[in-house]
Design a protein around this ligand. Structure first.
Ligand code: NAD
Length: 353
């Protein structure tokens, strides 16, 4: 066994169908009596349901969460928390809503109770992001890590198939890059492999029966494990590329992960053979890059960056973005190979193993 360092994050997790009804006890457990409930505009209904469950402990609903946490939205939510003298935040939604809660927590040091409705995994990380002047700045701060996560798989039953699949691939990406992270350790490896296994086995069952309760539950469980990996170790080329081109060209977050993952893994495959073998075993395919491409294709996912808004004439700029700020990666960053990666992902080709 090689030497390693592993820090655990203290998070309380309530998992299972019907967990939403336990939000009140969890808010009380944290000693909160005046919480602000956050959601996106489209899911205000969810937030109002939470406020109803909380009764007098819910002081207000703020339903303006949007992708990538624009600074103005963060300021507006923080002002609402101040106005209502909030002593806690309940965020119900995907990564955008959790991200908004983190922005408020960063400013006011309020505890967060996260109720995730996608597989993005932000609820399990101390990572925050804020967008100002078109640039997304990210950082890590223990203050933004939710104190409690309430996973109720019934909230994911209405996730549209394509979005749900892309979000599941976003989760698999956290685990996949965790397996070749410079600071990986035996515990994060276990979490990553089990997380990918749970998700890869759930996806085909959800395709056949979108309301398959066990499959939905398995996928959410896997998303938690994969998110925990993201929160514990450093990410590499795949996440940096998604972040850079998603932000610059306004591409949808989960779908960008889904289109790029087979190709970023193909890029790194020769320099991360042990990780690739673990991924292949976890998803029960002969190879990690083509196996994930096949999983995506078989389940009707979007495969090509050109189908989610990247123009061919933007590929060269995307290559420059990938090269811009050096970061640890198993394989050195090479301009010509990165260009091939992006051309293949743009066209949605099956990666060559
Ligand atoms: P999202 O939260 O923007 O949700 C995508 C869309 O799905 C929204 O329109 C939302 O209303 C809808 N939606 C959410 N749950 C639904 C449900 N159950 N049923 C039907 N529709 C639903 O997207 P996301 O992919 O969850 O999160 C992406 C954001 O999270 C990005 O900004 C990304 O950078 C961030 N993120 C951060 C971390 C972190 O650790 N900080 C980790 C992962 C993602």
């Amino acid at each position: 066994m090689d030497a390693f360092t592993y820090s655990t994050h203290a998070v309380r997790v309530i998992f299972g169908y019907g967990s939403l009804s336990r939000v009140g006890e969890e808010v009380a457990r944290l000693g909160c009596t005046r919480v602000l409930v956050l959601s996106t505009p489209g899911h205000r209904g969810h937030a109002e349901r939470v406020a109803y469950v909380l009764g007098s402990s819910a002081k207000a609903v703020f339903d303006r969460a949007i992708m990538h946490v624009p600074i103005d939205t963060a300021r507006a939510a923080t002002a609402e928390a101040r106005r209502t003298d909030a002593d806690g935040i309940v965020a119900i939604g995907g990564g955008s809503t959790t991200g908004l809660a983190k922005a408020v927590a960063l400013e006011l040091a309020l505890p967060i109770i996260a109720i995730p409705t996608t597989y993005a995994g932000s609820e399990a990380t101390p990572i925050y992001g804020l967008t100002e002047g078109g640039l997304k700045r990210t950082g890590r701060d223990p203050a933004v890590l939710p104190k409690t996560i309430v996973y109720d798989p019934s909230l994911t039953l209405e996730l549209p198939h394509l979005l749900g699949f892309a979000s599941a691939m976003n989760a698999i990406a956290h685990a996949a890059e965790g397996l070749y992270a410079a600071d990986r350790n035996p515990v994060t490896n276990l979490l990553a492999v089990e997380g990918m296994r749970a998700i890869a086995s759930a996806i085909p069952r959800m395709t056949v029966h979108p309301a398959d309760r066990d499959a939905r539950s398995d996928c959410l469980y896997g998303a938690w494990l994969c998110g925990t990996v993201l929160g514990s170790v450093g990410m590499a080329l795949h996440h940096k590329l998604c972040h850079a081109i998603g932000g610059r060209f306004g591409l949808p977050h989960a779908e960008t992960h889904s289109c790029l993952l087979p190709h970023t893994l193909a890029y790194n495959a020769s320099c991360a053979t042990a990780a690739m073998a673990m991924i292949a075993r976890a998803i029960e395919r002969p190879s990690a890059p083509s196996g994930l491409h096949d999983l995506a294709r078989e389940n009707g996912a979007t495969l090509a960056l050109r189908d989610i808004g990247l123009r061919e004439d933007q590929i060269d700029a995307a290559v420059e973005l990938a090269l811009a700020n050096p970061y640890p990666n198993p394989r050195p960053l090479e301009r010509a190979a990165l260009r091939s990666l992006l051309i293949n992902a743009w066209a949605g080709e099956r990666p060559v193993d």
